[in-house]
Structures are given as structure tokens and as C-alpha cells.
Design a protein around this ligand. Structure first.
Ligand code: ZN
Length: 482
């Protein structure tokens, strides 16, 4: 596989420390609020990457943290504590907030067919790891105590800006306007490894440490958790492009200073989901969540399809219109698969040829839009339906669009539509097996056929008010609850 590496700024052949095995780490969510669909774009693309690596024959150990402590509202370490902020907003304890939004995150993931990583570790569960790492950094003078906190000394590094060749000015996102400088720091980019009670007296979660009672900084948790579960050699680190600086930069700084050898050679960054007004964020405009998509009648997997249509290294623009286009394309794809007849022998030679092509295309820097195109190519291929269905199922192990399941459901639905005859022999009704609504839909169909459009519209409106949507189909109508 060839993958773009944010460290080298090049597409490179993917390599692992141990042949055939990938130690993979993903920065998980800070569980103080729902994830917005822009955050989830990263998790979708990382999920495809993980599944592709398994598909290509690797054994994968994927680890993810859950940030339930220590993430301040600036990604540098200034501002309020995000978890405390969430708890105050909802009049709950930090632990209640963490539990609630962790569950909400995994609910969203399930709806988007995102597999749960092999290891999911809340940051509060690895305090000893952080203390061990920080202690050694203090001993070796990569870290210092100042004003009650422990800071990493970035001036001790040969190279700090690992992801960019830009100058400091461009990268000074940690020093946003209006954010006060921390006078305890020796250098502007130094960052907190451990806070003591000198900061945030109302911090709920605190632990004893050699430097006083306190809590860890945000960056140290990923290094600690990764080293605990992935070992000292990480192959692939993933995250949203926002995390490259300062979070990932700081992870590398502390990890390599601690280990004394290179830590992770390959970095995978997923780019932003933008709205037409700019970068999507929780505080700006409509707060787009999976639940909101569902409320508006969208299948979360149509959003996954929308994401797969574009490359992870390009900013993707979200609009309802763009999503509608993806929904239409996704439905059309499912309908075409539903039209295939299951059963019969698979042509192995054809299967292998198409599989190899899919492997190559997706292996070119995770080209997911080519992966989706590959499904259309199979549909057009000059082979039998059994082989086509086998290939689509095979590709879907990576794409995870539930293509075969959706197609089977559609096939069953179509069969049911045809099985419900209307008075004149045309079929009229489908839906969810509610005879009363069936009868109303049938009455509307009859009214329309008699050109009594006022009556037909009246019934449609009446059903709409009950949350029932009618779709006209050839020779009848079908309905669903929305
Ligand atoms: Zn991280």
C-alpha cells in the first residue's frame, strides 16, 4: 500500500516494524459533547484505513483513547477545561458527562458502521503511565517544574516542527488572539505534562503525583496509552488534521525524548469537513450530529457514502444539497445491486481479477472514491450475478456501506409490494405492515386514479401529519414512517 505521510509530505510505501502486523493509534474524542459529523469524517476514513489493512492481509492492533480529563479549550494548554465546561453546562459530574458522551460517540459509530478499535482506553485509566513517562522526562531534563506545573522544554529538541516546513508564525495556533500567555513557560511552545492544584481549583478529577496533586495534560495521554498497548514502536498514527499541531507535534516530542529512539514513522491526517461558511465547528452555525441527520430522515450510511466519495486529504464541503446528491447515488447503487439475482457459482478468475484491481486502487493512498467506482465497475462487468454479488460483498468489508444487506432488504420490500394487490389488480401498498395506513394509502391511490386530486392531496397531508411519507411507484404507492 502507498500512503501519504504527513511527516515526509510524500506518498510512501507502507511499512511496519514487525512484518505483517500494524500497530495503529487513533486520537479519540474528548467526551464533553456530541461529536459533529466533521469529527466523524475522520473516524470514518480511519475505519476504512483499518479495514483496508486487514483486507490486504495485515494483522492490526488498533488503539484509541477517550479524553475524559485534561483537554483545555485551547489545543495548546490554555483556557477552560473542556470536561468541566461540559459538566457545568449540564449540571452533571465530569464522570457522568464522560460516560454519557462516550456512549453517544459509540452509538454514532455503530450507525456509521465504524468498528470499535481493539483497545479503547479512557485517559483517566492510565495515570501511572503518564507519571512514569513524565518522571523520566524530568530526570533527563526534557521537562521542568514551574509555577506548580510540569512543562516539556521544547528548546531541548533538535527539531520541533515535524509536520511542516513553515515558520513559527504560521504555526502559532496555540497562541491565538486573546489567549493569555502562560508566564511559567520558558519557551512559547512548551506545553504542560502535569497540572497541579495551581490551576483550576474546581478540577474534579485529581491524582497524587511526585509534583503534587493534579492531573495530566492532554498530549501526554496519547503517548502513554499508545506505549502501553502498542509498545514502543508505533507504525501508524491517525487523527484529524487539526491535531497535527500542537497535539501530534507534542506527542512526538515527548515520546521520542522519553524513548530515545524514533517512535512513529507514519502519520495519517484526515482533512476538514467544511460548511459553505467555512470550517465546521461545534460553536458555529448548525450543530450537525448523526442524530440530527436521522431526525431529518437521512440514513447515516448515506453520510458515510458521501465521505467515501471524496479523498481524505481534501477538504470536503458539506451542504444539504451535496448530501442529497449522495443519498440519491447511494439509493441508486443499492437498487442496482438489488436487481441482481442471488445464488449460483462464483467465477473465481473474474473474482480474483476484480479483487486485485480494488486492492490496487484503494492501496493508492486510500482512494475511496475509486473504491466506490469499483463497485459500479463490477455491476457493469460481463459476468454472472453470483460473482458480482460476491465481489460487492468482498469490497464492502472495507467500504462498510451495508450494500448486500440493504439490497436484500430492498429485494424483500419489492417482493412485498408486488404481493399486496389493490382492488384493480395493480399493487398499491407497502410499508410497515400497518393495515390502517395501508388502507389510507390505498384510498389516496384510488382517489388519484379517479383524478380526484384534492382528495388525494388531503389524504397525503393527513398522513404526513402522522409522520407517514408516501412515494408514488409504478402502479401504486409505498409508504414509510419518517
Ligand atoms: Zn492524541
Amino acid at each position: 500500500m502507498y500512503l501519504y505521510n504527513s511527516v515526509s509530505h510524500k506518498k510512501e510505501e507502507f511499512r511496519t516494524h514487525t512484518p505483517g502486523r500494524v500497530e495503529m493509534y487513533t486520537c479519540g474524542p474528548t467526551v464533553y459533547h456530541f461529536a459533529h459529523i466533521g469529527n466523524l469524517r475522520s473516524y470514518i476514513m480511519e475505519d476504512v484505513l483499518e479495514k483496508y489493512l486487514r483486507y490486504a492481509g495485515y494483522e492490526v492492533n488498533r488503539v484509541m483513547n477517550i479524553t475524559d480529563v485534561g483537554h483545555l479549550s485551547s489545543d495548546a494548554d490554555t483556557g477552560e477545561d473542556k470536561m468541566l465546561k461540559g459538566a457545568k453546562r449540564e449540571h452533571k459530574t465530569v464522570l457522568e458527562i464522560a460516560r454519557f458522551y462516550t456512549d453517544a460517540f459509540f452509538d454514532d459509530c455503530r450507525k456509521l458502521n465504524i468498528k470499535t478499535p481493539d483497545v479503547v482506553q479512557p485517559a483517566t485509566g492510565c495515570i501511572d503511565e503518564y507519571i512514569r513517562i513524565i518522571s523520566r522526562l524530568v530526570e533527563t531534563e526534557y521537562a521542568y517544574l514551574s509555577g506548580g506545573n510540569v512543562y516539556f522544554d521544547t528548546s531541548k529538541l533538535g527539531r520541533y516542527y515535524v509536520f511542516n516546513d513553515h515558520d513559527e508564525e504560521d504555526l502559532a495556533v496555540g497562541v491565538r488572539e486573546g489567549v493569555e500567555e502562560d508566564a511559567n513557560k520558558r519557551n512559547k511552545n512548551d506545553f504542560v505534562l502535569w497540572f497541579t492544584r495551581s490551576k483550576f481549583e474546581d478540577q474534579a478529577l485529581k491524582w497524587d503525583s511526585p509534583w503534587g496533586v493534579g492531573y495530566p495534560g492532554w498530549h501526554i495521554e496519547c503517548s502513554g496509552i499508545s506505549m502501553k498497548y502498542n509498545g514502543e514502536y508505533l507504525d501508524l498514527h491517525c487523527g484529524g488534521v487539526d491535531n497535527a499541531f500542537p497535539h501530534h507535534t507534542n506527542e512526538i516530542a515527548q515520546s521520542e525524548s522519553y524513548l530515545g529512539h524514533p517512535w512513529c514513522p507514519q502519520w495519517f491526517h484526515v482533512h476538514h469537513l467544511n460548511t459553505e461558511g467555512g470550517k465546521m465547528s461545534k460553536s458555529k452555525g448548525e450543530f450537525l450530529t448523526v442524530s440530527l441527520l436521522e431526525e431529518k430522515g437521512y440514513d447515516p450510511l448515506a453520510y458515510r457514502y458521501f465521505c467515501l466519495q471524496s479523498h481524505y486529504r481534501k477538504a470536503l464541503v458539506f451542504s444539504w444539497e451535496n448530501l442529497d446528491n449522495a443519498v440519491a447515488a447511494y439509493h441508486k447503487l443499492v437498487a442496482r445491486i438489488a436487481a441482481l439475482t442471488p445464488g449460483g457459482e462464483v467465477d473465481r478468475a473474474v473474482f480474483d481479477r476484480y479483487r486485485e484491481k480494488f486492492l490496487q486502487q484503494m492501496g493508492n493512498d486510500l482512494n475511496t472514491s475509486m473504491g466506490v467506482t469499483a463497485v459500479f465497475d463490477v455491476l457493469k462487468a460481463g459476468t454472472d450475478d453470483a460473482t458480482k454479488l460476491a465481489l460487492i460483498g468482498d469490497f464492502d468489508a472495507v467500504l462498510s456501506l451495508s450494500l448486500l444487506e440493504k439490497a436484500a432488504a430492498r429485494r424483500a420490500e419489492d417482493a412485498r409490494v408486488k404481493a399486496v394487490p389493490a382492488a384493480d389488480g395493480a399493487y398499491a401498498v407497502t410499508g410497515e405492515g400497518d393495515p390502517e395506513i395501508d388502507a389510507r394509502v390505498l384510498a389516496r391511490y384510488e382517489a388519484k386514479k379517479a383524478k380526484n386530486f384534492a382528495e388525494a392531496d388531503r389524504i397525503r397531508e393527513e398522513l404526513k401529519a402522522m409522520g407517514v411519507e408516501i412515494t408514488d411507484v409504478k402502479g401504486g404507492a409505498s409508504w414509510r414512517r419518517v
